[in-house]
Write a protein that binds this ligand. Structure first.
Ligand SMILES: Cc1cc2nc3c(=O)[nH]c(=O)nc-3n(C[C@H](O)[C@H](O)[C@H](O)COP(=O)(O)OP(=O)(O)OC[C@H]3O[C@@H](n4cnc5c(N)ncnc54)[C@H](O)[C@@H]3O)c2cc1C
Length: 378
């Protein structure tokens, strides 16, 4: 019977890819040893680590080599994300923000509504830095997913550009990133995405880091915008709101590779613990959960990589809910197997339980929440 590690092993050509080798090395030597500190609000993610990932091309895995990336396949990209998220949730979460301005959020829009979006001047200006991740970015966009009155309004400014007013509850990586993408809603049914320096400016009040039970070291703040001026040159994108919401629903339907990375890590650790303590029942539990998890991961990979975005969406949503629930269950199984010492702050098990909780809410939409609750209800 295969071990859990073997169940999750990537295909040989993926395992041998230089990006996977580089990520494995950085995780083992640098990011893994710092993971407890990165989780700790008093210490946090080391700002040098996102830069080291960027310098190794690991924030540009799929970006063509001609644009400063590694030009690798999506399967290779997924493997690198799984490895990073299974090593240090906080470091993964800081760097994952960069994918959005880099292109992840615009590509589904291109497919769905080619006429509905307009790139602003900031897109061309920052394109090389975003592609190669020499310019690191954060985002404050979750508020535009909420129905009801806009949390952040964009009004045309005299002489061009915009004024942003309102509250963006979440912005991770403040003080680590170079630029932040902030979304606001116009009165004409569009979203404006501004790419501004991650720095104080008139009309912007930056909150203190949120007192979080998980991701405490990610420098996550709220942004209060009091008529903050956005120059026309700082506009990255201007999109039809309904088109963005439709594209976002497609994008958020998929299971996050990061969740799969955590799931894989806790099950590998569960099996190792069983072998170390010579407990066949623990090894059996790891095996049963591992087989289920690997099967769900194969489905998620197939939908993400082989099936065009926008197809089989209900299946993707159900799967995302089931994988989130299985990740929570598996992380708790590891705590049960390790017993009391799992709750020591020096033990990674309690951190993985909290990270599993976090994967429930990251990029959560209404339909995803329902799918998660259905999975919990069995
Ligand atoms: C530690 C942490 C860091 C984060 N960092 C970032 C960040 O850097 N940038 C960022 O943009 N976001 C960030 N988020 C936000 C994260 O992606 C959101 O938690 C997630 O999108 C859920 O949104 P919400 O928390 O605003 O919850 P809610 O406002 O409760 O909404 C959850 C979802 O339910 C739906 N919904 C809500 N109300 C209704 C309703 N009345 N009817 C129908 N549907 C509804 C919406 O689709 C919404 O997205 C962070 C969150 C956490 C916890």
């Amino acid at each position: 019977m295969p071990t859990v590690e073997e169940l999750f092993a990537p295909p040989p050509e993926v395992a041998a890819h230089p990006a996977v080798a580089a990520m494995t090395r950085l995780c083992d030597d640098m990011i893994g040893p710092h993971a407890p500190a990165a989780d700790d609000p008093a210490r946090g993610v080391d700002p040098a680590h996102p830069r080291a990932l960027a310098a190794a091309g690991l924030l540009s895995v799929r970006v063509p080599a001609t644009e400063g990336g590694l030009g690798a396949s999506q399967r290779v990209d997924v493997e690198t994300v799984e490895l990073l998220a299974g090593t240090c949730g906080a470091t993964w979460f800081v760097v994952t923000q960069h994918r959005n301005p880099q292109g992840d959020s615009t590509s589904p829009i291109k497919g769905l509504h080619a006429d509905a979006y307009r790139h602003g001047p900031a897109a061309a200006r920052h394109r090389p830095g975003l592609a190669a991740a020499t310019t690191l970015t954060g985002i404050a966009v979750a508020h535009i997913r909420r129905p009801g009155p806009p949390a952040v309004r964009a009004e045309p400014a005299p002489g061009g550009g915009w004024r942003f007013t309102g509250t963006a509850d979440w912005c991770t990586g403040w003080g680590i990133t170079d630029l932040t993408m902030i979304a606001a809603t116009t009165t004409t049914g569009r979203f404006v995405f501004a790419l501004v320096p991650t720095a104080p400016r008139p009309g912007l009040r930056v909150g203190t880091p949120a007192p979080l039970a998980v991701m405490g070291g990610t420098r996550t703040v709220g942004l209060q915008l009091d008529g903050m001026t956005v120059d026309a040159e700082e506009v990255l994108l201007d999109v039809d709101a309904a088109a963005w919401i439709a594209a976002d629903a497609v994008r958020t339907a998929d299971t996050r590779p990061a969740t799969l990375g955590l799931l894989r890590r806790v099950l590998v650790e569960l099996e190792r613990l069983g072998l170390r303590r010579d407990r066949p029942d623990t090894v059996d539990t790891a095996s049963v959960l591992g087989e289920r998890a690997a099967a769900l991961r194969d489905e998620a990979h197939a939908l993400l990589i082989d099936v065009p975005a926008g197809q089989r969406v209900p299946e993707r949503i159900r799967l995302r809910g089931e994988i989130a629930e299985l990740t929570v269950r598996s992380a708790n199984a590891l705590v049960a197997a390790r017993s009391g010492s799992a709750t020591l702050l020096t033990s990674p098990e309690q951190r993985w339980v909290r990270e599993a909780m976090f994967h429930l809410v990251q990029g959560q939409t209404d339909v995803i929440r329902r799918a998660q609750l259905a999975a919990f209800a069995g």
